[in-house]
Write a protein that binds this ligand. Structure first.
Ligand SMILES: Nc1ncnc2c1ncn2[C@@H]1O[C@H](COP(=O)(O)OP(=O)(O)O)[C@@H](O)[C@H]1O
Ligand SMILES: [Mg+2]
Length: 230
């Protein structure tokens, strides 16, 4: 389980996350974070993965305070974050990119890669191709596949549908549903409808605070969400 307790976060002297309490366990299915641009969703993922410090409060992962650990140690504990930027190595092949994802889990690399190829057969077909030559949807699948290579207990995905055409978005969401049968997925999405429909638990975030929390379907039916986001 990863948990934030009374967390405040700033960029310089501008506070963007306020007294935030939040937790995700490894049997949570799909947990969605929705809310407007600038609400702080990406910042929360960066804080959980050790990429941005907290001003105060604590971040714990599987019982250990990780507020001051670096990101590779948090990956080792089981929390993996696929950022919005995807950060692929464009001049490396698909296979090499997947190998990079396994930097904390070298032992079962081939076995894990086979599992990733089962989820994303296209990555096996294209394994020798350079990452930059893949389409946007394929690159997103590669970014998710690379995240899976670290064998996460919780996989955080920041706007996986960003920049993708509607049919490709559908395919990516299908894959995310498949993955969530084995691994908890913490999903940040602009596609509020999709993100809430598939969520077991969902949080509406505005101005760095949780303003509503419920099951995905109940949040989707709430007047606040209907009026502001659908
Ligand atoms: N690197 C940064 N430097 C300064 N301010 C930032 C930076 N990244 C995000 N912010 C600000 O923090 C707030 C939250 O941003 P972000 O976490 O990206 O929101 P979301 O992912 O919900 O769109 C916004 O006001 C944004 O402008
Ligand atoms: Mg964001």
């Amino acid at each position: 389980m990863i948990a934030l307790d009374s967390v405040d976060v700033s960029y310089g002297n501008i506070q963007v996350i306020w007294d935030f309490d939040f937790e995700v366990s490894e049997d949570a299915g799909v947990v969605s974070l929705v809310g407007p641009n600038g609400a702080g969703k990406s910042t929360l993922l960066r804080v959980m993965s050790g990429l941005h410090p907290v001003d105060s409060g604590t971040v714990t992962a599987w019982g250990e305070d990780v507020s001051t650990l670096d990101s590779s140690e948090i990956v080792k504990k089981g929390f993996v974050h696929v950022s919005e930027e995807r950060n692929l190595f464009g001049e490396m092949t698909v296979r090499e990119n997947l190998e990079m994802g396994a930097y904390t889990e070298r032992d079962n690399l081939e076995e894990t890669m086979q599992e990733v190829y089962e989820v994303f057969p296209i990555l096996e077909e294209r394994s020798d191709q350079l990452a930059r030559s893949m389409s946007g949807g394929q690159q997103q699948m590669l970014a998710i596949g690379r995240g899976l290579m670290a064998r996460p207990k919780i996989l955080a995905l920041d706007e996986p549908s960003e920049g993708l055409a509607p049919q490709i978005t559908d395919r990516v969401f299908e894959k995310i549903e498949d993955i969530s049968e084995d691994i908890t997925v913490l999903l940040v999405e602009q596609h509020v409808n999709r993100a809430l429909k598939m969520a077991d638990r969902a949080y509406l975030i505005e101005n760095g605070r949780i303003v509503k929390e419920d099951t995905g379907t109940r949040l989707l039916e709430s007047d606040h969400v209907k009026d502001a986001y659908l």
